[in-house]
Design a protein. Structure first.
Length: 423
């Protein structure tokens, strides 16, 4: 990646827009939850203030234009039609709506990658127990990404779904989503893409990717509110997917014993929602578009490459990232301390936010070495080279024990809770 194009990003403005950048904090946990920019915070605050002033229903009516604008903004972000977008209270909710809309039957097969998000794997195993479906893990290529030739060989007449995490939660891999899309389209199979870690980080064009369903969260690289997400469903698939749950938002009660499912992706929504958060997510999509997702992606790549190089050069530290194309996620371990200890020490002693990420059960190469959890660093465009160097300097203190900064036991690591489902 060249450096010239990133000069068009106004980093000073990005940081001025981000209140969290004003103090000593170094936020390198953007794959967990990024720092929200002021336009998003203001959009949410304005609507909450309006609700306080006039009431929730009345505020929603007054903000109808902003609510409908959410669909336009997200559609523009991923090159879709607004009628294909559903607002959901989390990407998890949207992902399960898509999965359950397939009306899976005993013997139906689901193909997924070996780097699939662990919560998805739990859901697939749950479906096996409840519905007698079958989940098949597709082999990796040498670089750790899904092997598309193997994927196509595994397709059978029982294959109902291909599910893929565009960017796995604890790996740098950017999966070949468009190549998978061509295989799914050739066989007429539903293709569900989890874009939680890619939406807002890199350009997404659903027409180029060729997925039939896509889910994303607001809180990560989109920099929107927590408890927000969206589901995109190709309009050509609306009548082939049956919503698992309906209410007065997703269907109309036409007679005492009759109802009609609404047109468009509204069929996947429920009536009650957090209006302020939905408006905030729309503002986040607008902000990402204004900054240019292409330039954001280029800058993230440059910062991540610098971070990998600086960490890999430190004694005792190992970077575990795979993939020919790498995202802004960097994962590493240290020979002399656990991931939880490192994350706790960085946060407590240096005001550097990182996170603990559990290794996928399919990463046998790491599990055989006894590595069950990794430190995850995730950069965004508003981060700086100086912040990467601050992280590297702090880790160097751990590696060398220089200056008495390394506690003997890295005490108080218990304040970092390790969650197997952390995304």
């Amino acid at each position: 990646m060249g450096m010239m194009a990133t000069e068009n990003l106004d980093i000073a403005r990005l940081r001025a827009d981000t209140p969290g950048c004003a103090g000593k904090l170094t936020h390198l946990n953007n794959a967990g939850a990024s720092l929200k920019p002021r336009p998003v915070l203001d959009a949410v605050a304005r609507h909450l203030a309006l609700e306080e002033e006039v009431g929730g229903y009345e505020a929603a009516a007054a903000a109808a234009g902003s609510v409908s604008g959410f669909y336009d903004s997200v559609a523009k972000l991923i090159n879709a039609d607004p009628s294909e977008i559903a607002y959901v209270d989390s990407a998890t909710r949207g992902w399960h709506i898509a999965l359950m809309s397939l009306d899976l039957k005993p013997g139906d097969e689901i193909l997924t990658s070996r780097a699939e998000y662990n919560a998805h794997m739990i859901s697939f195993r749950h479906a096996e127990d409840r519905l007698a479906t079958k989940t098949i893990l597709v082999p990796d290529t040498a670089d750790g990404s899904i092997d598309c030739e193997a994927l196509e060989r595994l397709v059978t007449r029982r294959t109902r779904l291909i599910s893929l995490s565009h960017v796995p939660t604890n790996d740098a891999i950017v999966q070949p989503a468009a190549e998978v899309g061509r295989i799914a389209a050739a066989h007429g199979i539903a293709y569900l893409l989890d874009a939680c870690q890619s939406a807002g980080q890199m350009p997404i064009d659903v027409s180029e990717i060729g997925c039939t369903m896509l889910t994303a969260t607001g809180r990560k690289y989109l920099r929107g509110p927590r408890g927000t997400g969206f589901l995109w469903v190709d309009r050509r698939w609306h009548d082939r997917l049956v919503p698992h749950t309906l209410d007065i938002r997703s269907a109309q009660w036409t007679e005492v014993d009759r109802f009609e499912i609404v047109e468009g992706a509204g069929r996947y929504e429920l009536w009650e929602s957090n209006v302020a958060a939905q408006i905030g997510l729309g503002a986040a999509a607008d902000y990402a578009i204004r900054q240019s997702v292409d330039l954001t992606w280029e800058r993230i790549g440059n910062l991540a490459a610098l971070a990998r190089q600086r960490i890999a050069d430190l004694p005792g530290f190992t970077v575990h990232d795979r993939g020919s194309v790498k995202s802004g996620i960097i994962t590493f371990s240290w020979a002399n301390g656990s991931a939880a200890e490192i994350v706790g020490w960085l946060r407590r002693e240096h005001a550097i936010n990182t996170s603990v990420s559990a290794v996928q059960l399919t990463r046998t190469d790491l599990l055989k070495k006894g590595v069950t959890h990794l430190v995850r660093v995730s950069v965004h465009a508003f981060n700086t080279e100086q912040e990467v160097e601050r992280l590297a300097s702090a880790l160097e203190l751990l590696a060398t024990g220089d200056g008495g900064q390394r506690p003997d036991s890295l005490a108080h690591a218990e304040d970092i809770q390790i969650k197997q489902w952390e995304n």
